[in-house]
Design a protein around this ligand. Sequence first.
Ligand SMILES: Cc1ncc(COP(=O)(O)O)c(C=O)c1O
Length: 388
Amino acid sequence: MIPVFDITRQNKILKRELSLVFSDVIQKGVFILGKHVSDFETAFAKYIGSFYAVGVASGTDALSLALLALGIKPGDEVVVPANSYPTAFAITAIGAVAKLVDIGKETFNIDPKMLSSAITKKTKAIIVVHLYGQPADMQAIIKISKEFNIPVVEDCAQAHGAEVKVQKSLKEKTEWKKVGSLGDVGCFSFYPTKNLGCFGDGGMVVTNNPDIYKKVKLLRMYGEESRYNSILIGRNSRLDEIQAAVLLVKLKYLDKWNERRREIAELYHLLTPPPGRSPSATFQVSLRPTIILPYEAPYVRHVYHLYVIRVKKRDELKSYLDKIGIKTAIHYPVPIHFVPSMKYLVDQKGDFPESETACNEILSLPMFPELTDDEVQQVAEKTIKFLK
Ligand SMILES: Cc1ncc(COP(=O)(O)O)c(C=O)c1O
């Protein structure tokens, strides 16, 4: 069987290192907001290139708390791509309205061309989702956000370590910046399947803004400035010591793991028709009728949290692969405006044809750093066999 994701292979490799840190936490007896959390916050902020980081209980909470820190109130509109199911819950959880925008056909990310027309007087924030590990077009999005004077929240739950090429002016050199450091605030999930995952739920908010930092730090623990002195309505949303200790161990390997994910993506690219096609010609494949491979925009460094192909006969391909022991998944099968629980907090006006079509055609092939070349080859060969 080839799993779509398997954490046990990585656990085996890291067993010794992880056992040592577990013993350390157990021996110290501090499980909430101790040294591992503050050390991990410092290390993660440095890795991303942000001044501040606050560990919280999940990626969803990271987004909700970031929005609260930006002053988002019930009834305010928050712009979000129509295909990012989990992100919408962070908006509706605080009573705000998810204002949907369609996605670009090749990138699966928010389409900057559609963004301006989604913004109304009620719009108070834009959430950009770097879906599947590919950064959105941040330069275009930030330009629009500045025109309207609306803050940008980056949902980096699937894009730890992904980078964007930035050039401030024609005179200045281009530089690569990590997602999370480009908008006003960046939000991460450490759900076990993520590029950087812990052994339960966990999340992080990063920012360069001291005011947002202070507010998120208050909000994650009842709004307390000091014990039992709450000055802001907050909640309990803390990253715990065990998770922070695991994440501190894993952060050291993140770049290497992301490199391996890129290598696997190259292998899939090369093994999928037409043979011998150079990876840089990926976009050409979108013209082919049978399969569309992931597209890496020229201004980004994709970290392939997921390797998502598009095929018209998606459901048939999925069940064929399943029968021969190749597991796949769909991220996500339903656009936000079709989610029953959300109807009352989602702006239903407008059409989101690209998001709707993508939901019917996308398929996530097995992707994790410990996948072997042989397994990648088998997946590609069987996929080609079915599509021929
Ligand atoms: C794009 C995106 N946003 C938000 C989330 C929510 O993160 P969490 O599961 O840690 O709450 C996820 C996780 O599935 C995600 O993939």
